[in-house]
Structure formats: structure tokens, C-alpha cells
Design a protein around this ligand. Structure first.
Ligand code: MLT
Length: 253
């Protein structure tokens, strides 16, 4: 059973976190989006959720989220995915499109890893197996937040490091394998037929704004929000801007 925060009442919003984090990365939005039922699970093997059976994949994560909605008797949600959460959202569109009433793709990309990217995943997997989740923190932290956050909130960066470092090693490795093997979702973009928000931090160096612009351009009717003063984690770096953008999407659905 996945660990999951379920807060409030109203139309449901499902929050899918990125790597190597957990549901905490959505806490400002979960706390603020009154008038909606906010559902924020930890993916299998990350945060406080146990690892699932068999190898992790975007498909196994999407299936676990579908089971989470079943347990809560939710027929339809606004689906929000950040980075890896976005890769998983594409898989949810394949597995249970009828349940997705609106879509928010934050700091993510539709294409698969390149060969070079896959080799980088393998190197990080080997490092995490040897040194633990601290290797994931070392590799990701310098890229996760924007320069504005890094300069203004150094103490907060230490909190982020502490959280990444306590991630379970097997869950981190499973997520890296799943990310490495993810399919190209670009062909899906033109078929998305629900209200869609594409949001990106202006200082994101992992999935930079030009990727978000191209993705928004390929999704019929999608709106694009570029959040100033944020890198790859705008939910935490500029929480109010993200909450407002999500609220406006959820009200349109
Ligand atoms: C994430 O934030 O989920 C990761 O940056 C995804 C990735 O490394 O591709």
C-alpha cells in the first residue's frame, strides 16, 4: 500500500513527485489548494512507500497510481506531474486516459533518454549502490534549484539534501532504471485532449524553458507558464506562483 496524503474535499487533484524526492515536494500546493481534494502519494520505493513487486517502470508507477485512485473511489482527477512525475503522467494517459480531466506538466520532457543520458543513469546507479542516496544528492542538488534559490536560501538547500539522502537506496535505483527505460512520449502530445498547463522554472537547467515551450506548442490548447526565480523545483522555490497556476487550471476543468 502506498503512503499518500489525502487532504480536503472537492474535485480531485493528483500530485506525482519527481526524482529523487517524495510527496513532500508538493506540500505548499497540498496545503494551499482549498476547495479541492488533494492526493499526494509517495511512489513505490520512494519516501515512505514500500518498493513494488518486480522491476519499476513508468508503467508500474502509473498502475500503482491507478490503484491509489481505485482505493479512494476517484473516477477523475486533474493530474499534475513534475519531471519524473511528468514521465509517469504520460504513462497514465496511456493506461487510464478516461480518468484524466486536466493535466499539468511541470519541469518535464516528453522524449526518452539519449544513449549518453542512459550511460549517465548507469553511472549514477553504480554510485548510489556504492555510496547510498548521498550520491544522488551530490549529482542532483547542484541542478535541482535555480541560482535565485541557491543564493537566497542556502539553509533550505541543506534541508533538501537531508531529504534526498534519506531516500531508500533500492527505491532510488529502481527509479533510475525506470527513468532510463522510459519510452518516447512525444507522439502522445498532439493527442492530448484535456485542458493542459505546461509550467517550467525560468532557471531550470534539467528541463529548460525551450523544452517546455516546444511541448506546450505540440499540445492542442495548452497554456505555458514560465516561473521567474525558480529552477527545476518551482513547487518549492516559488510555491505561490505554482499554486495559482494549478488553481487556474483546476477551475477550468
Ligand atoms: C526529476 O526531477 O524527476 C529528474 O530530474 C528526472 C530526470 O532526471 O530525468
Amino acid at each position: 500500500m502506498q503512503t499518500c496524503d489525502v487532504v480536503g474535499q472537492g474535485p480531485a487533484i493528483l500530485f506525482v513527485h519527481g526524482f529523487p524526492l517524495d510527496r513532500w515536494m508538493w506540500h505548499p500546493q497540498v496545503g494551499a489548494l482549498d476547495g479541492f481534494l488533494r492526493v499526494a502519494p509517495d511512489l513505490p520505493g520512494l519516501g515512505e512507500s514500500p518498493l513494488g513487486e518486480g522491476p519499476a517502470s513508468m508503467a508500474s508507477y502509473a498502475a500503482a497510481l491507478g490503484r491509489c485512485l481505485d482505493r479512494l473511489h476517484l473516477e477523475s482527477v486533474v493530474l499534475c506531474g513534475l519531471s519524473m512525475g511528468g514521465y509517469i503522467a504520460f504513462e497514465c494517459l496511456r493506461q487510464w486516459p478516461e480518468r484524466i480531466a486536466g493535466l499539468a506538466l511541470l519541469d518535464t520532457r516528453a522524449d526518452a533518454d539519449t544513449e549518453e543520458g542512459r550511460r549517465g543513469r548507469d553511472r549514477l546507479i553504480a554510485e548510489v549502490r556504492t555510496r547510498g542516496a548521498v550520491a544522488a544528492a551530490d549529482a542532483m542538488l547542484p541542478k535541482l534549484v535555480g541560482t535565485t534559490t541557491a543564493e537566497a536560501k542556502p539553509a533550505w538547500l541543506s534541508e533538501l539534501r537531508r531529504r534526498i539522502e534519506r531516500s531508500p537506496v533500492e527505491g532510488v535505483v529502481a527509479a533510475l532504471e525506470a527513468i532510463k527505460a522510459r519510452p518516447d512520449s512525444t507522439p502522445l502530445l498532439g493527442k492530448i485532449a484535456v485542458p493542459t498547463l505546461v509550467l517550467v522554472g525560468a532557471e531550470d537547467v534539467i528541463t529548460p524553458p525551450p523544452l517546455a515551450e516546444a511541448m506546450a506548442g505540440a499540445i492542442p490548447g495548452a497554456s505555458l507558464v514560465v516561473v521567474p526565480g525558480a529552477g527545476h523545483l518551482p513547487t518549492l522555490e516559488q510555491p505561490h506562483a505554482v499554486t495559482e497556476a494549478l488553481q487556474s487550471l483546476a477551475r477550468r476543468v
